[in-house]
Structure formats: structure tokens, C-alpha cells
Design a protein around this ligand. Structure first.
Ligand code: SF4
Ligand code: SF4
Length: 228
């Protein structure tokens, strides 16, 4: 740490710590000595594991955000939540239809939406959460699937919803139904699944499992991407 680095005081689970002003909530917690084994994942805003509640100095509002993306501020109170407990019905996708009836049965709470837009404001991915809930209410499953596509399942929308809707689980059902019933079938995908089932790639997968992280990253970024 540079000697003249600006520090701020934050309160983590009620205890005060001085941490560098440029810290994210995760790096502040680690700086303060917390060893994070849950509620942390990719650290790049993609996995949705680090949903956190916080309150800024002088602000009554309880805010929610991803701990890896939220920079601390002086006087901030932080309470990390290991996960968001949420309703998750079990279903057999082959017995469902890609329409409003599946949601009436499995996620009846979506019909309680009061259009307050709190979920959209809470979403760290800038997803139009309320719009995809409204699409579900109208039975437009494909639109809901499309609008919710970038969801990282952090749970922050559900955490703030006054109607107790679990938007992200309803969104994943919309994407599953769309993938299974509404999108055009890809012959390439069917062929590849068949090849995998027949063991065509077993040796390659085994080789990959023994490859180090840096080499895997290189292979990933240099891969050929087939568009269209
Ligand atoms: S839709 Fe909800 S669960 Fe998905 S990223 Fe946004 S806030 Fe998180
Ligand atoms: S927070 Fe809940 S009630 Fe409000 S718009 Fe979103 S889904 Fe509807």
C-alpha cells in the first residue's frame, strides 16, 4: 500500500475498519482481515455470488449491489449476505407448455407485480427486470427470455420486490421454455451433442483437464467463433 493512500472508515457487520478509499466491498473486507469462502465468486461482476447490502453515510436508504463492483465510501455500513433464499419449484420441462399457464402454475407471484420498477433499479446488470416480468404476465415468453438473457442470478431484484416475486427464477424458466420450444432447432448443436454422447471428445476433454489455467485462457481467447 502506498504511504499516502487515502483511507476511509467502513463498518463491516457492525465493526469499524480503515480501508483504502479505492477498495471494492470485497477488497475492503479482505483488507480488514475477513477470509471470504462464501458470497464471492468471479470478482468481475459475472457470477452473481456477492450480493451485498449497504447503507451510505447520511442516507437512510438500504442499498444492494455486487460486492466486487461496488466501491466503498466513508462511513459506509456493509452487511454481506451469503445467498438469497428464494422460491424454486421443481418441474419437468417436457410436461410444460411455453405459455402463460406454466407461470400461473409455477410462479403465480409474477401476477402480483405492482409495476414499481424497484427490481430494475436494483439490477447490477442494468436489465429491464420489470419489463420481463410484464412480458411474462402478458404471456410473451420469448420476450421475457430475451430481456432476462444477461441475468447473473444475484437475487438482488427479488430481495427488493414488495410483491415477493422471484424474478430471476421465473426468467430462467422463460429461457428454458424458449430454448426448448420456441427457437429454431440448430442442426449443428444436435450433431455436437450426439458426438459428445458418443465420446468423440473424451480425449480432448481429458487433455484440457490436465492443462493449466493460463493455457486454457489462451485457448479460449484464440478459439474460432462461428457466427450466424
Ligand atoms: S435480474 Fe435480478 S438476479 Fe438477474 S442480474 Fe438482475 S438483479 Fe440480479
Ligand atoms: S419490484 Fe416486484 S412489484 Fe416492483 S416492478 Fe419489480 S417485479 Fe414488479
Amino acid at each position: 500500500m502506498a504511504k499516502d493512500q487515502e483511507m476511509v472508515k467502513v463498518y463491516i457487520l457492525g465493526e469499524g475498519f480503515d480501508v483504502p478509499a479505492s477498495s471494492t466491498i470485497i477488497t475492503a473486507m479482505e483488507y480488514a482481515g475477513f477470509q471470504l469462502t462464501t458470497g464471492v465468486g468471479c470478482r468481475e461482476g459475472f457470477c452473481g455470488a456477492c450480493a451485498t447490502l449497504y447503507r451510505e453515510k447520511g442516507d437512510y436508504k438500504l442499498q444492494a449491489g455486487l460486492a466486487c463492483q461496488t466501491v466503498v465510501s466513508d462511513g459506509m455500513y456493509i452487511a454481506q449476505i451469503p445467498f438469497v433464499p428464494a422460491e424454486k419449484p421443481i418441474y419437468d420441462i417436457t410436461k410444460l407448455t411455453p405459455d402463460i399457464n406454466s407461470f400461473k402454475t409455477l410462479y403465480p407471484t409474477v401476477f402480483r407485480c405492482v409495476s414499481c420498477n424497484t427490481c430494475t433499479k436494483a439490477c447490477p446488470q442494468d436489465i429491464e427486470v420489470m419489463d420481463y416480468v410484464q412480458a411474462l404476465i402478458k404471456g410473451d415468453i420469448a420476450k421475457a427470455a430475451d430481456l432476462s438473457f444477461d441475468c447473473i442470478r444475484c437475487g438482488l431484484c427479488a430481495l427488493r420486490c414488495p410483491a415477493e416475486i422471484v424474478q430471476y427464477n421465473a426468467g430462467i424458466l422463460a429461457r428454458r421454455l424458449t430454448g426448448r420450444y420456441l427457437l429454431k432447432k440448430s442442426p449443428d448443436l444436435e450433431l455436437r451433442v450426439k458426438e459428445i454422447a458418443e465420446g468423440k471428445y473424451d480425449k480432448d476433454i481429458e487433455k484440457l483437464m490436465k492443462t493449466n489455467k493460463e493455457k486454457i485462457k489462451k485457448l479460449y481467447y484464440e478459439r474460432e467463433v462461428k457466427l450466424g
